[in-house]
Design a protein around this ligand. Structure first.
Ligand SMILES: C[S@@+](CC[C@H](N)C(=O)[O-])C[C@H]1O[C@@H](n2cnc3c(N)ncnc32)[C@H](O)[C@@H]1O
Length: 438
């Protein structure tokens, strides 16, 4: 591309605004674009790509010199990772900068320490080294430095995947069916899909293929009682409703009113009628207690570090810490325990995170099983195979950008044993009354 001085300046200002990283980078960028309405579509794309690209490669870029400035970060990123040659950059930089950029172009990351090559903070590498060889940590880190593709979920209540693919092809939008999710589509580029008629009519939603697979793992059936315990803005609730063919009762719980209200317009578009959102104060809310032992399927999409989404949210590396993981582990255990109490004997619970840290995943499940002997683990590969999805990552579902081109998801499926004791508890629980339909 031909880079103009105003474009370069705007990227530097955006980088300076984002860098304290007190708030999520995507929120800061949204505000930056709102406050700079004169920027055109191309400028915005360039600035966003540059800022997120720098965050993906920040450890490497900062290793190049001491006290690196936002301007130096932008220039170094354009030279090293955007392939801009020194002739293109020459009219925009000083002679000293030009010499420095020439050195950077020749630098070789593969001689640098693992933390820099993998672009992980030291505390993440330390945690991973307990169970992973350095070569795997590096592979994982490198795969998370790539931008994520744009995946869509076809809303099977309103459309078929083949029909959506055909419409996209007719309009020259390159797309293909996702390899695992039966309702997924992967776009080749990044068109502004949220202004497309298919999106506005509720036929498609933006959703990573890995996230879609969690719905197939839970596999709710028509007419069942289902809970999405940490529903947020409802990415997974909408898929669960579609898998239930809008029949039965689907509760979407969350502690955040704001996130649940973001679900409303999506729900309106979706054509579903069986979704009931409820804000809960916390996992011990009385609304949860009233549903004890009554639910067929429960999804726990637990609050987590989000490190598996570093392709999309590279700033999480600086917004999480060893301390925040400790707090998350306690929260995850409490939520899992409360959500499990909802399950009918013989029911299914899926616990999921978008983290690759065993502490947030296998360890939470291990501790839960020790204190809840009435629960056992179901084999995820078998559950997916029952849904005609040929994906075997073992007992747990473990997705990675490198192997599956999805975000880094973890999921465990659990079932509750049928016992005389649990049947007695069922009899005592009261029906839930006040539900709000969005
Ligand atoms: C990973 S996000 C869920 C994303 C959502 N399922 C989706 O697909 O869009 C985790 C959610 O857990 C919610 N949360 C945090 N603490 C909670 C609690 N104690 N009970 C229920 N939800 C909680 C957060 O507000 C957040 O929306």
């Amino acid at each position: 591309m031909h880079l103009t001085p105003p474009q370069l300046d705007a990227a530097i200002v955006a980088m300076r605004t984002v860098l304290p990283l007190q708030y999520p980078a995507d929120a800061i960028m949204r505000r930056f674009f709102r406050e700079n309405p004169m920027l055109g579509g191309q400028d915005r794309a360039f600035i966003a790509e540059t800022v997120f690209g720098i965050l993906r490669h920040r450890f490497f870029l900062e290793s190049l010199t001491n006290g690196i400035t936002p301007r130096a970060l932008v220039l170094a990123y354009l030279a090293k990772f955007q392939g801009m040659n020194l002739r293109e950059l020459a009219p925009l930089v000083s002679e000293t900068e030009s010499k420095w950029l020439a050195e950077i172009k020749g630098s070789k990351p593969d001689v640098l320490p693992l933390v820099i090559q993998a672009e992980f903070p030291a505390w993440v590498v330390e945690k991973l080294q307990h169970g992973m060889p350095d070569s795997d940590i590096l592979d994982l880190g490198l795969s998370l430095q790539q931008p994520a593709p744009l995946d869509l979920r076809v809303n099977t209540i309103l459309a078929k995947r083949a029909e959506v693919l055909e419409t996209l092809a007719q309009e020259g939008i390159e797309a293909q069916a996702t390899p695992y999710s039966p309702c997924g589509i992967r776009l080749i580029g990044k068109p502004a899909i949220n202004r497309h008629a298919l999106f506005l009519s509720g036929k498609i939603e933006v959703q990573d293929e890995g996230s879609q697979l969690l719905g197939y793992l839970l596999a709710p059936k028509r007419g069942e009682m289902v809970v999405d315990f940490c529903a947020g803005a409802g990415g997974k609730s909408l898929l669960l409703g579609a898998l239930m063919n809008s029949k039965g009762r689907l509760y979407a719980f969350d502690v955040s009113e704001k996130r649940l209200s973001n679900l409303k317009p999506r729900f309106k578009r979706s054509g579903l009628s069986n979704l009931h959102t409820q804000r809960i104060a916390d996992e011990n809310d009385s609304k949860i207690k009233r549903l004890s032992g009554k639910i067929d399927r429960v999804l726990v999409d637990a609050p987590c570090s989000g490190l598996g989404t570093l392709r999309r949210n590279p700033d999480l590396k600086w917004r999480q810490s060893a301390q925040s993981i400790e707090e998350l582990k306690a929260k995850q255990a409490a939520i899992l325990s409360a959500a499990a109490s909802l399950l009918k004997p013989g029911g299914r619970l899926v616990y999921a995170t978008c983290s690759f840290l065993p502490e947030e995943n296998q360890a939470v499940i291990g501790d839960f099983l020790t204190t809840h002997p009435q629960f056992t683990v179901l084999n995820c590969a078998e559950l997916l195979s029952q849904q005609k999805i040929p994906l075997d990552t073992g007992e747990f579902l473990q997705l990675s950008p490198r192997l599956h081109q999805t975000d880094g998801f973890f999921a465990a499926a659990l079932t509750r044993a049928e016992t005389a004791e649990t049947a007695k508890t069922d009899h005592k629980s009261e029906p839930v009354s006040e539900t709000e339909t969005v």
